[in-house]
Structure formats: structure tokens, C-alpha cells
Design a protein around this ligand. Structure first.
Ligand code: SAH
Length: 295
């Protein structure tokens, strides 16, 4: 894992985006429930844009554009931005803001990213997801784009809570269910940590920019190397069911298998029955699940 460098918080106002006028003009009262924390540090915006390696032909899907601070930076650099925003008030504001800037390559869709049908935003053959995500939907959004959509994105650049980012990129002996779930489908990397002061209003916790590059196996990723994904996750979930217990006990009770057989199965895969789930790599889980399938 690369060591992520810290993006300093705005020490001087030069790096701050002046959003006061917009806040006043539209009488904006940010909704906590919708995770409305607007990114106001130009340097962080630049970092996101640089990480996405945008090209003039790119199609970008932005989730939660808010008042459009990131949207504008994206729109200037790519062919088209499709921006999905749940809050109708934000949609109206964003339309005005973009009009005033003469930006015309943004399609704004009012809807909840987790409920909206693919057909509403016709996913292209090749697209990138870029978002300063509302934190309450981080995991479901990642799952949506790695597991469920018909066409997976080329890459995702997401702002998430710092602790969540660290859990996503974890390695043995500190693995967790989220890390296995993401790393099964993709290669995640922390690009940079971001101070809570880069947002208005400031959230309680710091954030991180992560880049997730999906492995492009199969169209819907239901099967990986002849292994049905349900089976893989059944084994992984059983393994993590009681984090402090040994793997042997978790797997035997979770999968309703004989302990002796289970022991054999683990040893055959070079895993000690006394190990804990946190110490296994994605590769280990794949091997275990393959054996389980043959039973
Ligand atoms: N991208 C902007 C705003 C981030 S705040 C910026 O960086 O400044 C998060 C935004 O996501 C808010 O505008 C909020 O209304 C929107 N949002 C919250 N839940 C959503 C959902 N389920 N689907 C789409 N947008 C959502």
C-alpha cells in the first residue's frame, strides 16, 4: 500500500472557495441527514480531479453534486458529467450555478443513487465515478458499482470517512469483511487524507480520497474463476461471524460442518485452524471457497 500523504487543511483563505454568496442567495441550510458537507478547499478539489486522470472524452458520473463545487471542475475537463442529486432544492440551485458559469455539459438527474434505475442515466460503455459521497451511503454505493451495475466503471474516485478508507484497504493480519468484499472485486488505494476543515460545515471526522479500480472479470461478476459469488461470501461471512473466535469454530458452526473435516480442509490450504479470520488474504478465502464447492 502506498503511504498516503496528508492534504493540509486550508490555513489561509486563498485556498477556500467563496461559497458565502450562494449560501446567502439561496438561504441554504445544509441537511445533516443528507450528508451535506460541501467541499470548499480548492487544493482538495484539484487532488480529486488529478486522481481521476480525466480525459476530454470521459463520461463522469457524479453522486451528490450539491452546489456544484466539484461538478464545475469535472465539467471543464470532460465530455459529459451525469450528476445525480437527491435533494430537489440542490438540483434547482445547481442548475442556476451552472447556467451562470455557462457550463452546458452536465446532465442533472433528481433521484436517490440507490433507488434510481440504470435506464434513467443510461450508463455508458466506459465511465468513471467521482464523488464526495454522503457518508451514510458509502458502503451501499461501493457495492452498487462493484457488484450490481451491468457495466462497471473504469475507476471510482471517492471521498469517504478516513476510518472507512483504512478498513477498505486493510491487509492481513488486520482484514475485515468490508476489505474482503471490496478487494474481491477491485484494487483500492488511499490517495490522500483530508482534514474535516476542508468542508463546510465541518463534519466530526476526517476524510480520505480513495481510488478503486474494479477487476474487469465477467459482465456481472456473478462467477469468479468458476466460483459463484454467493458461495464465496457465504464462507467469508461465516469466517468473520465472531471476530475474536478461531476460524475453525466460526466456519464449522457457520457452515454446519464437521470440525474434523473442517480442520483437514484448512490445513490442506496451509491455514492453521487456530488462525483468526483477520489473518487471511482474499486469495486464502478464494482457495477455501473452492474446496467448499467440491464437497
Ligand atoms: N459534491 C458536493 C456536495 C457533497 S455533500 C461537494 O463536494 O461540495 C453530499 C451531497 O449528496 C448533497 O448534495 C446531498 O443532497 C447528496 N445526496 C445525499 N444522499 C444522496 C443519495 N442517496 N443520492 C444522491 N445524492 C445524495
Amino acid at each position: 500500500m502506498d503511504v498516503a500523504r496528508d492534504v493540509a487543511c486550508p490555513k489561509n483563505l486563498m485556498s477556500q472557495i467563496p461559497i458565502g454568496k450562494i449560501i446567502k442567495k439561496y438561504k441554504i441550510r445544509p441537511s445533516k441527514g443528507l450528508g451535506q458537507n460541501f467541499l470548499v478547499d480548492k487544493r482538495v478539489l484539484q487532488k480529486i480531479v488529478a486522481t481521476a486522470e480525466l480525459k476530454p472524452d470521459d463520461i463522469v458520473l457524479e453522486i451528490g453534486p450539491g452546489i456544484g463545487n466539484l461538478t464545475q471542475e469535472l465539467a471543464k475537463r470532460v465530455k459529459k458529467v451525469i450528476a445525480i442529486e437527491k435533494d430537489i432544492k440542490m438540483v434547482e440551485i445547481l442548475k442556476n450555478v451552472l447556467d451562470e458559469q455557462g457550463i452546458q455539459n452536465v446532465e442533472i438527474i433528481n433521484g436517490d443513487i440507490l433507488k434510481i434505475q440504470n435506464s434513467k442515466f443510461k450508463i455508458q460503455n466506459s465511465y468513471k465515478v467521482v464523488a464526495n459521497l454522503p457518508y451514510y451511503i458509502t458502503s451501499p454505493v461501493i457495492r452498487l458499482f462493484l457488484e450490481k451495475v451491468e457495466v462497471k466503471p473504469q475507476q471510482m474516485v471517492l471521498m469517504v470517512q478516513k476510518e472507512v478508507a483504512q478498513r477498505i484497504v486493510a491487509q492481513p493480519p488486520d482484514m475485515n469483511l468490508l476489505a474482503v468484499s471490496v478487494q474481491f472485486y477491485a484494487k483500492p488505494e488511499i490517495i490522500s487524507y483530508v482534514s474535516k476543515r476542508a468542508f463546510w460545515p465541518s463534519p466530526k471526522v476526517d476524510s480520505a480520497i480513495i481510488k478503486i479500480i474494479p477487476r474487469q472479470f465477467g459482465k456481472k461478476a456473478t462467477i469468479v474463476g468458476n466460483l459463484p459469488r454467493e458461495l464465496f461470501f457465504k464462507v467469508v461471512r461465516a469466517g468473520f461471524s465472531h471476530p475474536r473466535k478461531q476460524l475453525l469454530n466460526n466456519l464449522a458452526s457457520g457452515l454446519k460442518l464437521d470440525k474434523e473435516k473442517m480442520k483437514e480442509w484448512l490445513l490442506k490450504n496451509n491455514i492453521q485452524p487456530s488462525q483468526r479470520a483477520e489473518t487471511l488474504s482474499v486469495e486464502d478465502w478464494l482457495n477455501l471457497a473452492k474446496c467448499f464447492k467440491m464437497k
